[in-house]
Design a protein around this ligand. Structure first.
Ligand code: NAD
Ligand code: UDP
Length: 321
């Protein structure tokens, strides 16, 4: 190819999207980042503005998407992603999962581009199979509060496969499990940013329920590597990308207190509705077809993330004083 590959990343100004923009620029791609900043921020991509192969378009992808010139890859990452965000924006979440995915697929079809959907472990809902392999169909409450996110992503997967089967669009689906790292919003309500912010401020850590529910947290760099490998592979169909190291939320809160050297206590708050009791990826498929597995331990990932949070809290204190 005489020109660099051209890649559109919707939701590119978000936590994961901004790391993807960096990775694809590093791989020599021309990157078009599209975002409406509903949950993302210009700060996440400020360092990329001015890069000769980086372009930003402010646009709500639930409306017709226009991109001039050829496209080789379309990565659809636009969607509120934390429970606090998608409960605040339930209709926008459903719309970006349904209409936004439709528009992004239509664009990929028109340009002959390969399409990758950011799906989620939430398609498994409150799982009755543990750990979760890709062929488990899930246990989702469609009318529950989390249903707006879970069902939007399930619809998005169905739409993606329909475009593949009926229009021949080349597609990939990544089912992302809980991911953390620099550029998470401090106030996005997810366990890690909440606990870290509370621990660094010396406030009590708010564990929901009795904290026995489990999650498996993966560091952002491992996810980005998995996504890149999946996109470049020839595997069509959902692939779990996550770190199988499982931990209870209470244990996780204790780990963050220890890591930060905080004197914070732990307080217990009511468990939100439909909060999954367990979650752990079965990554046999990713190991087999992508030769991928996570490399960053939780201790190391948390240490790197702590640096970011310290910096942000320092900056925010400076701004507000
Ligand atoms: P994020 O909120 O930081 O990023 C999402 C981005 O999408 C934001 O920048 C937001 O402004 C943008 N966006 C939302 N609706 C849009 C619209 N209609 N038009 C244009 N832009 C829009 O969240 P994230 O954690 O980076 O998640 C990114 C993707 O990964 C999401 O699709 C999410 O469902 C998926 N995912 C994330 C996780 C995780 O642990 N972070 C887990 C599973 C799946
Ligand atoms: N959680 C918690 N305290 C908080 C925020 C979250 O105990 O302040 C719990 C939440 O109820 C869930 C787990 O931590 O059981 C992970 O929540 P998160 O929002 O990070 O991700 P998700 O529920 O989408 O996996």
């Amino acid at each position: 190819m005489s020109r660099p590959p051209r890649t559109l990343i919707t939701g590119g100004a978000g936590f994961i999207g901004s790391h993807l923009c960096e990775r694809f620029l590093a791989e020599g791609h021309e990157v078009i980042c599209m975002d409406n900043f509903i949950t993302g921020s210009p700060d996440n991509i400020a360092h990329l503005i001015g890069h000769e192969r980086f372009h930003f378009i402010q646009h709500d992808v639930t409306n017709f998407i226009y991109v001039e010139g050829p496209l080789d890859y379309v990565l659809h990452f636009a969607s509120p992603a934390s429970p606090v965000d998608y409960l605040k924006y339930p209709i926008q979440t459903l719309k970006v999962g349904a209409l936004g995915t439709h528009k992004a697929l239509g664009l990929a079809k028109a340009k002959g581009a390969r399409f990758l959907l950011a799906s989620t472990s939430e398609v498994y809902g409150d799982p009755l199979v543990h750990p979760q392999p890709e062929d488990y169909w899930g246990n989702v409450n469609p009318v529950g509060l989390r249903g707006v996110y879970d069902e939007a992503k399930r619809f998005a997967e169905a739409m993606t496969m329909a475009y593949h089967r009926y229009h021949g669009v080349d597609v990939r689906i990544v089912r992302i499990f809980n991911t953390y790292g620099p550029r998470m919003r401090l106030d996005d309500g997810r366990a890690l940013p909440t606990f870290m912010t509370q621990a660094l401020k010396g406030e009590p850590l708010t564990v929901y329920g009795d904290g026995s529910q489990t999650r498996s947290f993966q560091y952002i760099d491992d996810l980005v590597e998995g996504i890149y490998r999946l996109l470049m592979s020839d595997y069509v169909g959902p692939v779990n990308i996550g770190n199988p190291e499982e931990i209870s939320i209470l244990e996780f809160a204790r780990e963050i207190i220890e890591l930060t050297g905080s004197k914070s206590e732990i307080v217990f708050k009511p468990l939100p509705a439909d909060d999954p009791k367990v979650r752990q990826p079965d990554i046999s498929l990713a190991r087999r077809v992508l030769g991928w597995e996570p490399r960053v331990s939780r201790r190391e990932g948390l240490r790197r993330t702590l640096e970011y949070f310290k910096q942000r809290l320092g900056l925010e204190a400076a701004h507000s004083s």
